[in-house]
Design a binder for this molecule. Structure first.
Ligand SMILES: [Zn+2]
Length: 157
């Protein structure tokens, strides 16, 4: 059964704030994507990262009009590898890690040559992976639940 897809809309206040260079720096983090019901336009979700991967059956009943549509979510076994990786390594996590790695490498150039700073780079880079490790139990639970849902649905049909 083909369901109508949710309406996706990108909101970027930067276009408006372009006149204010001071504000621009603050607003760079305030961009979001809204998803709304294709039947009645009721917004059901706002994401602060573009093309976020969501696990789910894809079917959603609108809270406002009660009609069914495709909210864009897919179960784990249905996702291509790229989207699986994207779910596990979100841009925020990658950003935090990248920041740590850059800081660690920068310290190599700032610190005195005779100090062997490569161990620092390794320690700091590993430390930067903490958000990934902290989130992995949550992700694992989501993935297991998604696979169970997918299998249950496969048995029904
Ligand atoms: Zn609706």
């Amino acid at each position: 059964m083909e369901l109508p897809a949710a309406i996706r809309e990108d909101h970027n206040p930067l276009a408006v704030a372009g006149f204010f260079p001071g504000l621009q720096r603050l607003l760079i983090f305030v961009r979001w994507t809204s998803y709304s019901c294709p039947h009645c336009n009721a917004v059901f979700r706002r994401d602060y990262w573009p093309s976020n991967v969501r696990l789910g059956t894809g079917e959603r009943v609108c809270r406002k009009c009660g009609r069914v549509f495709d909210d864009g979510s897919r179960e784990w076994p249905e996702l291509p590898l790229g989207r699986k990786l994207r779910l596990l390594f979100s841009p925020l996590v990658i950003g935090v890690w990248g920041g740590f790695v850059i800081a660690a490498i920068a310290s190599l150039f700032i610190g005195p040559r005779d100090e062997h700073s490569w161990s620092v780079v390794i320690v700091v880079s590993t430390f930067g992976l903490m958000p990934t490790l902290a989130l992995s139990p949550i992700h694992l639970t989501q993935v297991i639940r998604s696979i169970r849902r997918y299998n249950a649905r496969a048995e029904q049909s």
